[in-house]
Design a protein around this ligand. Structure first.
Ligand code: CO
Length: 215
């Protein structure tokens, strides 16, 4: 007997459903992928990339980690970025945070989780950098939400600082960066206004987004 039987059952039904509406779907996709989007999001099970933006397999290249962090030396994230941009030639990279992120909360309130505390140190750095934008807020929930937003803005900036993105822009490749935040409460995405197609624009949008996050 196969373990996790219900999952295999779901999978068969899913595959049949897709083939019923588009008989050559898997045949076509197995030849190649040419997604336009690279999604960098949180591993949280409630934030599934494809479903949220209503795109089928083949349309989004996805990298997820705890608290959607882009670290300059993280070979895993850098490899996804490099493959997505250089090989697949995606046109958009979006960092997508979400309100109610446990990783962000743990970083803000210095809750001990375990090994992940070291990873979340990167989010803690964001909190310290922007203490003046977080501390004045009246409630812990608002502070955590604000850090979720600030974390996205900072991670988009980190994406823009990678050699991968800089090289792509220098050689004139069409590439936009975006920072979004998702609400678990209503299933809606919000644009944080850091969309940029070059480094100057990136710096301008970064400054403007931070200003907007002061209210
Ligand atoms: Co999260």
């Amino acid at each position: 007997m196969r373990v996790l039987q219900p999952l295999f059952q779901n999978n068969r039904e899913w595959s049949e459903r897709i083939r019923a509406s588009d008989p050559s779907f898997f045949q076509r996709l197995s030849q190649q992928q040419s997604p336009k989007y690279l999604w960098i999001g949180c591993s949280d099970s409630r934030v599934p990339a494809n479903e949220i933006i209503g795109l089928p397999p083949g349309e989004v290249f996805v990298h997820r980690n705890v608290a959607n962090v882009v670290v300059h030396t993280d070979l895993n994230c850098l490899s996804a970025l490099q493959f997505g941009i250089d090989v697949l030639q995606v046109e958009h990279v979006m960092v997508v945070g979400h309100y109610g992120c446990s990783g962000v909360r743990a970083a803000l309130f210095q809750q001990r989780i375990g090994l992940s505390d070291n990873w979340l140190g990167h989010v803690r750095d964001v909190a310290e950098r922007h203490e003046a934008r977080i501390r004045p807020l009246a409630h812990d929930g608002e502070r955590a939400d604000r850090l979720c937003e600030l974390n996205v803005v900072e991670q988009v900036r980190n994406v823009s600082h990678t050699t991968i993105v800089r090289d792509a822009w220098e050689r004139g490749q069409k590439l936009s960066l975006h920072g979004w935040i998702y609400s678990l409460r209503d299933g809606l995405l919000r644009d944080l206004g850091v969309t940029a197609q070059n480094l100057d624009e990136c710096n301008e949008r970064y400054a403007a987004a931070l200003q907007a996050l002061e209210q």
